[in-house]
Design a protein around this ligand. Structure first.
Ligand SMILES: Cc1cc2nc3c(=O)[nH]c(=O)nc-3n(C[C@H](O)[C@H](O)[C@H](O)COP(=O)(O)OP(=O)(O)OC[C@H]3O[C@@H](n4cnc5c(N)ncnc54)[C@H](O)[C@@H]3O)c2cc1C
Length: 494
């Protein structure tokens, strides 16, 4: 039996491992951390659970190709329960609020009630969110392996997206917000996603939630990761944790295997790299193998920015806090890396009974960070880094207490983490937790996942396609194995 060795046990690597086993290959995953899952992770602090990842999982709608993929890898089962949410999020200015409900008619009515003078923009926006509900990520096979019939089928199923792209494909979220007159609507549209993102991606995100295709599985990120690991191991796959990989062993155009940091050599017929792209090309393979497209994007932070987060988690008394889900609020301005911040977000996890002791709930806040912010955190020495995190945590706590005085003495810090945390934990370049942000007037990033000059090395990672995220990661894992099957002239349809 031929052996596929996979470097990295995130969602992409685990998916590749499962499809490798389903295709009859030996599959071994080598993961640097004590547990697999990469960024789809959660951790415990002071008897509470902090969920790192799933804000929404695209592909939860029954009978979609992506749902089938999630079920194949064990992430979801027909019996999986989802969190009962009725909204995407709520934005506040002072005491005035507006919500993007899953119910699109309700949202439209409330937006119109709030700002009748924005009627035409509201109607246009809501109409196009409805069109965007048809958006499905093609995951049956890689685009370059699709035939004419596949393309026609895809084009037909995504007809509504042409209208969305025409109206919202050449502007960014900042432009979208600027088209509204009411200050709360301007805030609403720029609160959730980076304003640099192309506006169509925002409509697709809201449409995903509204159409029930972006639910949160109960138990969150770690529980889902554990189900995928269990599936891989039940198929006979071997997962080796605490095994950082030093390099892929290359001889001419062939990889013979990998070398672990502890010096052990693992032989392989195929190597799948399922790590961050820079880790892959700077350390594991060597920069000469990096695709020119990748190189160009990494060298152009202005047009291809990367985003991460500065985050803090608190334990709060459930009885003292009535807001649920995700909310955005204005606050007294403060600075991080010299940038003024006047709005903060919280997400509460009151719906997860096991995430906190009785009577408590976890509240998390996330401030967007970009390449220069990563450099700011990275440049701090150990003491200053710790001090700045403490300062930031205190600032957020104060802002929360000011807004919700009933929380004074009922809010405790659990943890604070930065882009550098993601770099340390996952070897993520600049702490990025998605791939490149697609900006207006910039070509969206997409590579095949093959490595020029190496015939038996493939890439499975969210980095193969903007904007990354869990759906891209899992599809990339499946695609890498499909490419191996095609190379071996075997049937690659799952
Ligand atoms: C705060 C946050 C919120 C998010 N929210 C969402 C969301 O709501 N929906 C969504 O779809 N996505 C979300 N994401 C993104 C999602 O988590 C990622 O897209 C996805 O997990 C990436 O999977 P991956 O396998 O490509 O990469 P990773 O998860 O980065 O996995 C790479 C793995 O390789 C390992 N590794 C690296 N170098 C080596 C080495 N040398 N040797 C061995 N192992 C190595 C790492 O430890 C890691 O386990 C979020 C991410 C974060 C951080």
């Amino acid at each position: 039996m031929k052996k596929i060795v996979i470097v990295g046990g995130g969602i992409a690597g685990l998916t590749a491992g499962i499809y490798a086993r389903l295709s009859g290959y030996e599959a071994e995953i080598y993961e640097k951390n004590p547990i697999a899952g990469g960024q789809c992770m959660g951790w415990n602090r002071k008897g509470h659970h902090i969920d790192n990842c799933i804000h929404w999982l695209t592909g939860t709608k029954e009978n979609s190709s992506l749902r089938k993929l999630w079920e194949t890898i064990g992430a979801l089962a027909p019996s999986t329960e989802f969190v009962q949410h009725d909204k995407f999020y709520t934005s506040y200015i002072g005491n005035e609020s507006i919500t993007l409900w899953k119910d699109l008619e309700r949202t439209k009515n409330e937006l119109l009630q709030l700002s009748p003078e924005d009627e035409s923009e509201i109607n246009k926006f809501m109409e196009h969110v409805k069109y965007a509900t048809c958006c499905q990520m093609p995951v049956d096979k890689p685009m370059d392996m699709m035939n004419l019939v596949d393309y026609i089928k895809l084009g037909k199923s995504m007809a509504g997206m042409q209208k969305v792209t025409k109206e919202y494909g050449a502007i960014d979220i900042g432009d979208l917000a600027a088209g509204f007159k009411h200050p709360l609507l301007k805030a609403l549209f720029t609160d959730y996603m980076f304003k640099e993102y192309i506006a169509s991606s925002y409509l697709v995100s809201y449409a995903t939630i509204a159409s029930g295709n972006g639910e949160i599985p109960v138990g969150g990120s770690l529980a889902m990761t554990n189900r995928i690991i269990a599936k891989f191991e039940s198929l006979g796959g071997k997962l080796y944790c605490n095994r950082p990989v030093k390099k892929v062993m290359i001889s001419g155009t062939i990889a013979n295997g990998i070398e672990l940091l502890n010096g052990h050599i693992i032989s392989a017929d195929y190597v799948i790299c399922a790590t961050d792209a820079m880790e892959m090309f700077h350390k594991l393979l060597g920069r000469t193998f990096m695709d020119k497209k990748w190189e160009a994007c990494f060298n152009d932070e202005e047009r291809y920015p990367l985003a991460s987060g500065l985050q803090v988690a608190f334990s709060i008394d459930k009885s003292k806090f009535e807001l649920t889900d995700t909310v955005f609020l204005d606050c007294e301005p403060f600075e991080v890396n010299g940038k003024e911040i006047s709005r903060i977000s919280f997400r509460t996890y009151e719906y997860e009974k096991d995430f906190a002791p009785e009577g408590k709930t976890v509240l998390q806040s996330n401030i967007a960070q970009f390449d220069d912010d990563y450099r700011y955190w990275k440049a701090l020495n150990k003491d200053d880094y710790k001090r700045k995190k403490q300062e930031f945590s205190e600032i957020i706590k104060e802002r929360i207490e000011k807004k919700f005085p009933q929380l004074v003495n009922h809010i405790d810090l659990l943890d604070c983490w930065t882009p550098v945390t993601y770099e340390r934990y996952c070897n993520s370049y600049h702490g990025a937790y998605m791939s490149f942000i697609t900006r207006k007037n910039v070509k969206s990033f997409h590579v095949k996942g093959t490595v020029k000059g190496l015939s038996n090395v493939f890439v499975a990672s969210q980095w193969i396609m903007a904007p990354g995220g869990l759906p891209v990661a899992t599809a990339a894992g499946k695609f890498a194995v499909q490419r191996i099957l095609k190379k071996e002239k075997r049937d690659y349809m799952f």
